[in-house]
Design a protein around this ligand. Structure first.
Ligand code: SF4
Length: 193
C-alpha cells in the first residue's frame, strides 16, 4: 500500500464533522497517485453521497459529455482524474436547496496532504466555492477566463455545471463558446483514451 492509499484509508474513517453536520459523514474518494488531472471541487452532492460516485447526476452529464466531451470510461479512469472536493462528505443543504459550504477543515486536514502525494500535470477547479477557497483574493470571472497556476502547475477554473447555475452561463456565453474549448484541449492532452 502506497502513502496515498494509507491516507485514503484514514480519510474513509474520518467523522470529524459529525456534530457540525448533524448526521453521519460519508467520505468519498476517487483516484490514484498517477492521475494526470486533479479535479478540485466543492463537496459531493447528496446523490454522490448516496451512490458513492462523483458526478453521476445532471451536473456530471453536463461536465463530462458537454464540457469535457469525454466518456465515463475516460472520466472514471483513476489514472486520468483524481477527484478531490474541498470536503470529502456531503455537508447538507441550506433552506434554499443549495448545498452547504464545504467545511474548511477537510482540505486543511486531508486534501492538502493528498495533493502532495499525487503526480498530476494540471488542476481543474470547479465552482466558485472551491475557487474562493484556493484563490481567496481573485474575482471569479477573472479566474475563469485566465490561466493560473496552483502548486506551480497549470490550473483552469470552471463554473459549476449544476442546472442551478444557468444564470451565470447565460450571462457569460463566451465561456462555452471560447474558454471551454481551450480548456478541453488541455484536458484531452492529459488523459489516456
Ligand atoms: S468532510 Fe472531511 S473532515 Fe469532515 S467528516 Fe468528512 S472527511 Fe472528515
Amino acid at each position: 500500500m502506497n502513502e496515498l492509499e494509507k491516507l485514503q484509508k484514514q480519510i474513509l474513517k474520518c467523522r470529524i464533522c459529525r456534530e457540525n453536520f448533524g448526521f453521519e459523514p460519508n467520505p468519498i474518494i476517487f483516484g490514484n497517485q498517477n492521475a494526470k488531472i486533479v479535479q478540485l471541487g466543492q463537496a459531493p452532492s447528496k446523490r454522490a453521497s448516496e451512490t458513492n460516485k462523483f458526478f453521476d447526476d445532471q451536473s456530471g452529464k453536463r461536465l463530462k459529455y458537454e464540457w469535457y466531451q469525454i466518456t465515463d470510461e475516460n472520466f472514471y479512469n483513476p489514472d486520468n482524474f483524481y477527484i478531490l472536493p474541498m470536503a470529502h462528505c456531503f455537508p447538507g443543504e441550506e433552506k434554499n436547496g443549495h448545498d452547504k459550504t464545504p467545511p474548511k477543515i477537510c482540505y486543511q486536514k486531508w486534501g492538502s496532504k493528498e495533493l502532495e502525494l499525487i503526480d498530476n500535470k494540471i488542476y481543474i477547479v470547479i465552482g466558485s466555492k472551491a475557487a474562493k477557497q484556493l484563490f481567496p483574493h481573485e474575482k471569479f470571472e477573472d479566474l475563469v477566463f485566465k490561466d493560473h497556476t496552483y502548486n506551480g502547475k497549470p490550473t483552469y477554473i470552471l463554473p459549476h455545471p449544476s442546472p442551478l447555475n444557468r444564470r451565470w452561463l447565460n450571462k457569460h456565453p463566451e465561456f462555452l463558446n471560447k474558454r471551454m474549448p481551450e480548456i478541453r484541449k488541455k484536458i484531452k492532452k492529459n488523459i489516456k483514451k
